[in-house]
Design a protein. Structure first.
Length: 146
């Protein structure tokens, strides 16, 4: 009998965020967070959908068209994605150097958590394992380690 582990068919789950302005979102994700555009859909000569990747992870962006019923709905509410990283604090420093507003990292569930909110309100968490005590803030930790 064949089991689910004998025949791997599902290889990846990729979130897709609906965005108001593809141009603004691409500046954020490509220039700010370091993603690369891997595929696009340009039905009217401009990008309306794209596949982005960075270091083996992917996400898709889709711009609302014309009178889409959800275009005026609040974006990003309750939607988040967690990226598991080797060094979330290095990403925090990288993002700040590129002008991205990132919340101060803190430790939760034995992970450094770097939280960024995209232009449409989607919440992105970049996390990496740590042995630093729970609820420690980055600023407190840097004071203690210097």
């Amino acid at each position: 009998m064949e089991t689910a582990h004998d025949n791997v068919n599902i290889t990846q789950a990729v979130p897709m965020f609906m965005v108001i302005s593809m141009e603004r979102s691409l500046v954020f994700y490509v220039e700010g967070l370091g993603f690369t555009i891997k595929n696009t859909w340009l039905p009217r000569g401009v990008i309306e959908w794209c596949w982005l990747e960075r270091e083996g992870v992917a996400l898709m962006l889709q711009e609302y068209r014309g009178d889409h019923p959800h275009i005026h709905a609040e974006k990003g509410v309750g939607i988040g994605i967690w990226f598991q990283c080797r060094d979330a604090l290095a990403l925090y420093k990288e993002f700040l150097s590129k002008g991205i507003k990132a919340e101060e990292p803190f430790v939760g569930n034995q992970m450094w958590d770097v939280r960024v909110i995209d232009p449409d309100g989607y919440i992105l968490h970049f996390e990496s394992p740590t042995d630093v005590p729970e609820e420690t803030k980055f600023s407190d930790w840097t004071e203690q380690t210097q």
